[in-house]
Design a protein around this ligand. Sequence first.
Ligand code: BJW
Ligand code: ZN
Length: 246
Amino acid sequence: MQIDKLLIDKLKSARSVVFFTGAGISAESGIPTFRGKNGIWNKLKPEELANFNAFMQNPDMVWEWYNHRKKIIHESVPNPAHLTIADMQKYFDDVTVITQNIDNLHRRAGSNKIFELHGNIERNYCVKCKKFYNEELDFSEGVPKCDCGGLIRPDVVWFGEFLPQDQFKAGEKAAMNADIFFIIGTSAVVYPAAGLVYTAKQNGAVLVEINVTETEISSIVNYSFLGKAGEILPEILNKYKTAVNL
Ligand code: BJW
Ligand code: ZN
């Protein structure tokens, strides 16, 4: 794979490096993506599962889906892509991760500054009174209920729901200040998250995409690497380290 010298030069002068990540970065950890080849949504329609009405109509089905995914996530470990991003903190002043993933793998890899746009699978709350239940839930008598009688749901963002504003605003600020903005393993079709790519570009960031296929945003990026994130990111960091004699 050819890594352009200009990109390495750009990295050498970069202060703020931002990683915008999606399900594809966790694919090499064994966690299925939503769309594309091997995407879980080739079989399951997103609208049928990732929305509030579906949950209220069939909470058992939606919880079955999340418990299944939680099991896979708990059995998985961060892969070289997550680990390289965490490693980057040693070499750059400001490394930010903006993730659409709910799987905690960036945190487990050691990244410190993470904004989670679509929630986190380890948290839950009551649909009625909003009380949080972050402990292991008991499903022995069906879908768990709050003290107030409301159903408990995972603290993730479904279609038609607002993103957590503190996380989104912080992600937006990071995108505005980015010198280099990596877009890794996302189909970039879900908004407002995907809009951050345009925010970064409009504010002068160099855009670098890493994906196994071309996406909606491939035509607007400065560098596009077609391949696995867990292979390409370590190569980019190694090339950078060689260039700066580390
Ligand atoms: C690899 C790889 C390897 C594989 N290496 N790469 C503006 C325009 C159009 C529509 C809208 C708009 N604004 C809002 C909307 C509506 C909607 C939306 O965007 N719809 C579009 C799909 C049409 N957005 C919303 O509803 C959002 N809320 C909102 O807008 O609120 C405002 C509002 C409120 C009320 C009324 C009206 C407006 C909320 C969106 C929430 C998305 N939630 C989900 C589920 C989260 C919880 C969970 O995980 O279960 O988030 S959906 C799902 O998609 C999940 C993901 O985070 C998200 C993005 O998917 P991602 O990460 O890109 O994964 P994939 O599978 O799509 O792609 C994987 C990629 O990896 C592929 O490209 C592969 O090639 C690649 N890959 N292996 C590198 N090894
Ligand atoms: Zn409650």
